[in-house]
Each structure stands twice: as structure tokens, then as C-alpha cells.
Design a protein around this ligand. Sequence first.
Ligand code: MEV
Length: 342
Amino acid sequence: MVTSSAPGKVYLFGEHAVVYGEPAVPCAIERRARVTVEQRSDSKLRVHAEDLSLDGFTVEYSGDADGHPDIDVSESLVEAAMGYVDAAVDQARDAVAEQRGEDAPAVGFDVSIASDIPLGAGLGSSAAVTVAGIDAATRELGVELSSETIADRAFRAEYDVQKGQASRADTFCSATGGAVRVEGDDCRGIGAPDLPFVIGFDGGAGDTGKLVAGVRELRDEYGFAADTVEAIGDIVRRGEQVLADAAEDPESDRIDELGDLMDFNHGLLEALGVSSRSLDSMVWAARDAGARGAKLTGAGGGGCIVALDETDETETALEFTPGCETAFRAELATDGVRVESS
Ligand code: MEV
């Protein structure tokens, strides 16, 4: 039996635009999905999941054909999570076959997931589950993959589940940890200062596939929407420079400029139609509380915002903001996927 964990992430800059080849900078955060995998004597897959959100509900799900989840979150979210587990297990079997130069092993697994990353809320829960699942399942079969190979396999799994509407950003960031830069297939770690992330969560979730498709339609129809996507790329390029300067000199006022760029990025995402009333309220509450900047993170439509504030003001303000269910501080996670026990 092997347990592996992988972190969630926030986007400092660049979600959605990254789908069209613009760069993006996601940062891993210390909220992790833990996946335990144990080989079965038959070829079935049984999945048990709990705590798939911050708190407030538990999901009991057995992947048996007639098993019905006993949950108080949208069933489609749980089904989506199970789709990622399925895809992760397929990738793990395939990776083991590739290493051994033989057919994929016809083994079944018992899989347990415990995650403190809310589902579908822009914090990379599906990528974290997929990454940790591939690591645990391959280790259970006696094969150890590099974090880059896990990132690539996890991307392929997400790509399948999201029907081709996925970038490498979430999966690479979760596999390697830290701050990363993603542009098309080019993914690499970059230096970052200790960023004072505060996260606000509205308790909801967006449908990534629909939101990505909505941006695609706008971009196909209107030149100015395509320009907006490119302008997000410009913000990211500027943001990378500022981040590099801030990493070298954490005492400088560069964090203020990062915040300004986050504000700008949120405005452009709003223009592309992927924000929501609750996300906007949380962004404005953070700004009013003195955050250096704030934006939605991930696909949008609902879920989380990320703000930069080293004081307690933003977290307190968010706790009193209508539409915000929970606010919390998150540290940059320097570890990506890692084995917890075997
Ligand atoms: C979703 O977390 C981020 C998007 O950019 C989609 C992707 O990059 O796969 C909206």
C-alpha cells in the first residue's frame, strides 16, 4: 500500500490565456490531495473519497457499477473527480508497461482519496488527485517515475477527461511544486519570493470545460477578445520580470507591482466572462482591505480568489464578505508530489 500526496495551486497570472499558448505562472500551495493505492487480487477499481472540500461534507463513493455516492455536493463534481482517478490509473498502468516493455498489467486497485483542496474551485484539485494517484499507483507496482514524467502523464489524463481543453499548467505545478512558468509544452520552475497568499472561497465551483469553451467562442468571434487573451500574455511576461526581481530583493516594492498586475489580470478575465458576482465581491473586499492585489484563480465561474496581503486585514474582510464561505492563508508549497508512506 502506497500513499502519495500532491499540492494544489493558485494562478498568480495567466489562466485561460495559457490554453492559447500564452505563458502562465501558477504557484503550488500547501493544500494537498493524498491518494492511497493498494493492489487488489482482481482487476476492479474501487474508489473511496472523503473530505473533497475544505470541510463540511464527506464523500463516500465506491466505484462499483451500482454504488451511489452518499454526498451533499453536486454528484457531477464527484463523478468528475472519479473520472480523473480512472484516467490516472490508466496512465499508471501504461507507464509501468512502457518501463517494462510489456503489456499494461491487468491489476485492480483500491484507491482512497483524502484532500483538503476544494473540488472545481480553481485550486487544482483534479490535477493534485491525478498527480498523486499516478505516483502512488506506479510505486505500488514497483516503478518510480520522475516528477516530469508524472507531470506529463497527469497532463495526458487531464487532457482526456477535459476532452482536449487542458494546458500543462496545473499538472506540472502540482508535480514539481514551487512557482512555475508554463508556455505551451515548455514548463519550468522559476524563483519566487515568499508570497503572502490569502484565498477566499465562495463554496462553489465552475465548470472548467464550459468556461474554456466560452472563452474560445468569444475569441473566435471577436478580435478584441483575442486581443484580451494576448493582453493577459503581456501581463504574464511583465509579471515574470517583476517576480524575478522580487525573488532577488524581497525587500523591494516589487510585490506592490505584482498586486497591480493581478488586479489588471482579473479585469481582463472579467471581460472574458469568467468571473462571477461572488468572485468580484471577494476581489473588491480584498482590495478595500488593503491587499496589494487580487484576482480570481483557475477557470472561474465560482470558486476561489487569491489576494496578496501580509497583514490579517484581507482574511478578516473576506470572512465578513457576503458570498465568501471561507478565507484562509496559504504558503507556497516547495515540495511537489511526494510519497507519504509505503
Ligand atoms: C484551469 O485551472 C485553468 C485553465 O487555464 C484551463 C487549463 O489551463 O487547463 C482555465
